[in-house]
Design a protein around this ligand. Structure first.
Ligand code: G3P
Ligand code: CA
Length: 252
């Protein structure tokens, strides 16, 4: 099926800021997303999970411990799983101090806030749905929010390929990306619903990239901050590169 111009990524090797410009601002925050635009990224990647009351928020880890001050605010609630806290509780947390004192008071954004902030830029989104099995129904609720609040370039990806098969049925015009490295024999079956195959860059060869693209899919690979590696991936003709340093990739 033809993908509308707004659904997929822009043409050329797409410069994707991993968790926002996460080398210079705390990952998965509005600050990191907007900084990516200033650093020359074409798209931002971020991670989505659900709170106990089914609010969609940006958070990479299963728990809040690494990227917020939850341990000191709620010392008795280990292991501080995202899915055990309400949105109101998470909104009270500081999601910036762990990264640097200049970011003290930064809040965990909701998906809606991230979409609103990014709609003021020209960037596209690579939205990763994190461990959908821990958040049953997250594909459907994410589709509702994306449909309501985003009309720019968009790809949705996950390590859970079944969840992406389900998401494709919910939003057939939005390309889905499969994180990981399917065997060459699996690619043809996956091409029935996937728009991208997104392996770690160490797994890639020129032939693998060619095999994916021959089936009409793209390759967005992750995650490197090394200009030499970026050049090599360019020579493999990948479609997109994820980096914490979008300004470095933008200069190449
Ligand atoms: O898009 C690839 C990358 O985001 C997957 O790894 O752990 O950074 O979410 P991770
Ligand atoms: Ca991710």
């Amino acid at each position: 099926t033809a993908v509308p111009a707004t659904a997929g990524p822009p043409p050329g090797i797409v410069n994707v800021a991993h968790r926002g410009a996460s080398a210079h601002a705390p990952e998965n925050t509005i600050e990191a997303l907007l900084l990516a635009a200033r650093q020359g990224a074409d798209m931002v990647e971020f991670d989505v999970r659900e709170t106990r009351d089914h609010a969609l928020i940006l958070m990479h880890d299963t728990t809040l411990a690494r990227t917020t001050d939850v341990e000191s605010v709620h010392p008795g609630r280990a292991p501080w799983r995202v899915a055990d806290f309400t949105l109101d509780e998470i909104r009270e947390l500081d999601a910036g101090s762990w990264f640097g004192s200049a970011f003290r008071g930064t809040r965990v954004p909701t998906l809606r806030e991230a979409l609103r902030a990014m709609s003021r830029t020209r960037l596209g989104l690579l939205v990763e749905i994190k461990t959908p099995r821990l958040h049953p129904g997250i594909e459907r609720r994410a589709a509702v929010e994306l449909r309501r609040s985003w009309d720019g370039p968009l790809v949705v990806q996950s390590f859970d390929w079944d969840a992406m098969r389900a998401f494709h049925r919910l939003m057939p015009d939005v390309p889905v990306g499969l994180l990981g490295t399917p065997s060459p024999g699996e690619l043809r079956g996956l091409a029935a619903f996937a728009g991208q195959i997104n392996p770690p860059y160490r797994d890639l060869t020129r032939d693998y990239v060619r095999a994916v693209q021959a089936l009409g899919m793209q390759v967005f690979t992750w995650t490197t901050d090394d200009p030499g590696v970026m050049r090599r991936l360019g020579s493999y003709r990948v479609d997109g590169i994820l980096t914490n340093w979008p300004h470095v990739l933008a200069r190449l």
